[in-house]
Ligand binder design. Sequence first.
Ligand code: TYD
Length: 135
Amino acid sequence: MDTFTNIRQIELPKILDERGNLSVIEEETHIPFQIKRIYWIYDVPGGEIRGSHAFRHTEEFIVALSGSFDVILHDGIKEVKYALSRSYYGLYIPRLTWRRIENFSTNSLAIILASGEYREEEYIRDFDAFLGSVT
Ligand code: TYD
C-alpha cells in the first residue's frame, strides 16, 4: 500500500497585518478531514522524542505554532524528515504512517488536529507490527 503519496505539507492562509498576522484552518477546506480532536505538545525537554507509533485509521495535521521540530515519517518502505518551523504550514499525515517527532526547540509548541477521538486501540506501537500491517 502506498500511503506516502498522500503525505504533504499544506500552506495555510496567512493574513498579513501590521497589528500581527493571522492564519486559519477550516476542516475539509484546508485539511482533508473533519476535526474530532485537537491536542498540543509543549514544554518538551531538550533531546526528547515524542510519537514512535502509527494510527490504524486516524489522520492528523501538525503545525509548529511556535518554535521548530522535526517530524520523521515512515510509510513502511522509506523514511522522510520534515522540518516544521512556520505557523502557516502544516504537515498532513495519513493513516498507517509511522511518525516520530524530535529536535524540539526551546519553547516549541506543536498543535495536532486529529480525525478521530483518542482510543488506545488506534495505536500501533510496535514497528515490526506496523511493517506487517502496511506491506
Ligand atoms: P501519546 O500519543 O503516546 O504521546 P506521543 O506524543 O509521545 O505519541 O500519548 C501520551 C499519553 O497521553 C498516553 O498515555 C495517552 C494520553 N493521551 C490522551 O489521553 N489523549 C490524547 O488525545 C492523546 C494524544 C494522548
